[in-house]
Each structure stands twice: as structure tokens, then as C-alpha cells.
Write a new protein. Structure first.
Length: 411
């Protein structure tokens, strides 16, 4: 059987999940039915739009634009602040529900994942029937809606799920590419950013179909390897492999797009600590140790850079991942305002894998007063995790982050 991939994407996830919580707490207004957004502060009028309702979209409000701009488009806009801990709870419930259909899932972000339909295809009349059952189940049990894209590979499934929203199921099989994909503007193709789109339009390439029919060698001359990738995507050529969370992973990481650009190193390191906690938790859940750490920074101009370094010894503790991430950040950051931060670990080993160290590493370890991978530190991480599971993420804070001279803690 040919591969069939589902891409499942929560409709306006942050706003939907906030609306559900407010309705649970007695609100008589559903944020999804009025002009509303998630992000920043209505009183201070700062921050960016993280999610928007369909009525807000009708006023021209766009995700990612400054809240001040959105308020000029719609003065009656209701603004709710983000609650990332709550989003993680809803995301977890979604994945748990999807796992009742199949363990063959790959979580892409907090509100989207891939599902490999092939191994369970025999249980259903068709992919569309299965997708409708999943969609209905999510609405009934969790209270929000999703879009589901069905296709032979990851790219086409993701593109299909971005067609008309909300609460829709779309297919994008190879024979449907000319009618469904090629007429779309070039900006709609995954991995075609604003800069690439402007250059393509200057070359007379305005639709995905135009790109698909452009000579690949010409695109490679103009855009290097990215030209080849864009041509392949325009023709629906991409991987159909799903990296299931049930197996051992080759790398574990997390990144976050910030509601406001960061310009202070101490604030960035607070984000890095949060990311290190998440990465450490996933490594421990997977019973794996990391041998490398990579820090990624995307600045306010959407330029991305990264820096990788091996750990002294394989580990999955918060402290070792965080401390190396901070060193990498200090070496990498050029003071340009930061839009996104990410940490990724690689070269993973099983927790019980034998570890061989050279003489220089052994000497350095013996001279250390703190061993980031020792049992005491692992027990401490486990205790901290238990406290935060019971009392919340803010129950314990790292003392070194209490910067008395930061804007949040003025003298």
C-alpha cells in the first residue's frame, strides 16, 4: 500500500484552548465567536498577535502583527493573555487521544502532528472516513476543532491542512496537485519565505505551478540548494517517513517563538532554562542521554543562526543542558533582537549504554566539584519535576535568574 499521511492541525489553538477554559470558568462569551486575539496586554497595547478568531480575521487582523496595529483595525478587539502551561495540558490531551488510534505519531509542535495512516488503513473504509472519525472524536471529547490534511507525504499533507479552515478535511494526492496546489500563490508553498518569494516574483514566477515548471538547474543557480528544495516541494516531492515518538529518537529539542523580541541576555537565558527543562524531561521520558547541544537563534529580521558543541559526557540533566546552552548563546548572539530561541540535543544514547571517556575528559571530571550527569543531580532533577507537576512551573525558580537589576526587578 502506498503511504498515506495525516497532518492534524488545531484551529487557532491558543485562542480555542483559552476559550474552552474561560467557558469552563463561567464565561458567557466564546472568544472564538467574537473579534478576539491571544497575545500581549490590552492595557499596555504591546506584544504581537499569537492567535486570532475568525471574526478578527474578517477585520484584517493577522497572526504575528503588533497588537497596536490589530487594535487600529478593530477597536472592539478582545485580548486574552497567553497561558503556555494550559496550552501544554491541552496538547497532551490531544496526543493521548490520537494515541488511541495509533502509536505511529510524530508531534511537530504544540498544536500539530503527523499520523501514519498506512498501518491502520485496514480498520477503516477510507482515509476520509477515518479522518472524520478522528475529527468528530476531538470535538466531542476535547471541545475544539482541527483541520486534517491527507496526502502521500508530509509536505502535501501539511499543505492540504492549510486549505480552507476551520474544521475541514482536505486531500492532496499526486493527481490533485495541478488543480489544488499549482494555482496557489508562490508565498503559500512551505519553505518559501518572504525574501525567496520576492526574488521568485522578480523572475516572473508567481504561482506554485510556475515554480514547478521552472527549470530546476536555473533555480539551483539562483538559489543554490534551496532552489532544488523549492522545486521538489512545488512538484509534491517530499519524505513520507514518520518519526514515531514510540521509538528511540536521534535528536530531541524544543524551540519557542517569543511574544516580544528579547534584547536582554538575562531574559533570553530565562527562556533557555525553560527550554532546557522541557528537553531534559523528554530525554528522561525516552530514557536517553545526549552527547551534543545546539542553540538556535532567529532574530527580528528572521535570520537564523545556530551553534553546536559536544557535552563533556552524555547526560539528560537540566543543569548540564542549560549551562552549555548559555555558553553557546553567549558565543552566538550578536545583540540583534531575538524572535525565536531553540535548544536541540543530538547523538543520543540509551541511559544504560556503556560510556568510554578519554584521559583528558577523566582528568577534567576529577577536577570538577559538580558532576552534571551524576546520580545525585538526576535525583534532584526528578524531585524538581515532581514538585512542578504538583504545584506548577513557577513553584521553584533558579536563583541565578533573580536579576535584581533587570527591568522586572528594579532597585
Amino acid at each position: 500500500m502506498k503511504p498515506i499521511i495525516f497532518h492534524i492541525d488545531v484551529n487557532s489553538a491558543f485562542l480555542s484552548w483559552t476559550a474552552i477554559e474561560e467557558l469552563k470558568n463561567g464565561s458567557t462569551t466564546d472568544l472564538r465567536l467574537i473579534p478576539s486575539i491571544i497575545g500581549g496586554s490590552q492595557k499596555k497595547r504591546h506584544g504581537v498577535v499569537l492567535a486570532k478568531s475568525i471574526p478578527a480575521k474578517a477585520f484584517g487582523v493577522r497572526t504575528g502583527e503588533p497588537i497596536a496595529h490589530a487594535l487600529r483595525k478593530c477597536e472592539s478587539l478582545t485580548i486574552a493573555p497567553p497561558d503556555h502551561a494550559m496550552y501544554r495540558r491541552h496538547s497532551k490531551r490531544l496526543i493521548e487521544l490520537l494515541h488511541t488510534y495509533t502509536p505511529d505519531l510524530e508531534k511537530l509542535s504544540i498544536d500539530e502532528c503527523y499520523l501514519n495512516f498506512g498501518p491502520i488503513a485496514h480498520k477503516y473504509e477510507s482515509p476520509i472516513v477515518a479522518a472524520q472519525l478522528i475529527s468528530d472524536d476531538i470535538k466531542r471529547q476535547l471541545g475544539f476543532t482541527v483541520n486534517i490534511g491527507i496526502a502521500p507525504n508530509r509536505l502535501l499533507a501539511k499543505m492540504a491542512s492549510d486549505f480552507e479552515k476551520p474544521d475541514k478535511i482536505h486531500t492532496l494526492f499526486q493527481e490533485e496537485i495541478p488543480s489544488k496546489l499549482w494555482p496557489l500563490p508562490i508565498e503559500d508553498l512551505y519553505m518559501v519565505g518572504k525574501s525567496s518569494a520576492n526574488r521568485l516574483r522578480a523572475l516572473g514566477i508567481t504561482t506554485i505551478g510556475d515554480l514547478a515548471h521552472t527549470d530546476q538547474n536555473f533555480l539551483v543557480r539562483e538559489f543554490k540548494s534551496h532552489g532544488k528544495l523549492m522545486w521538489e516541494y512545488a512538484n509534491g516531492i517530499a519524505s513520507s517517513t514518520i518519526c514515531s515518538d514510540t521509538g528511540k529518537l536521534k535528536g530531541i529539542g524544543n524551540s519557542t517563538t517569543l511574544s516580544e523580541d528579547i534584547t536582554i541576555a538575562a531574559e533570553a537565558k530565562k527562556i533557555l532554562l525553560s527550554l532546557a527543562k522541557q528537553v531534559s524531561s523528554r530525554l528522561q521520558t525516552s530514557k536517553q542521554l545526549a552527547q551534543t547541544v545546539t542553540v538556535e537563534i532567529k532574530n527580528c529580521y528572521f535570520h537564523t543562526c545556530s551553534h553546536q558543541r559536544p557535552l563533556l559526557f552524555p547526560t539528560n540533566t537540566i543543569s548540564s543542558i542549560y549551562e552549555l546552552s548559555c555558553r553557546l548563546f553567549d558565543e552566538l548572539w550578536d545583540k540583534t533582537p531575538i524572535r525565536l530561541l531553540g535548544i536541540r540535543t543530538g547523538k543520543l544514547l540509551d541511559e544504560d549504554a556503556p560510556i568510554q571517556m578519554n584521559l583528558f575528559e577523566m582528568e577534567e571530571i576529577q577536577n570538577m566539584t559538580f558532576h552534571p550527569s551524576n546520580k545525585k543531580q538526576q535525583n534532584l532533577d526528578a524531585a524538581l519535576k515532581e514538585i512542578k507537576n504538583r504545584f506548577g512551573e513557577d513553584a521553584i525558580m533558579r536563583g541565578s535568574l533573580l536579576n535584581k537589576e533587570s527591568p522586572q526587578n528594579p532597585k
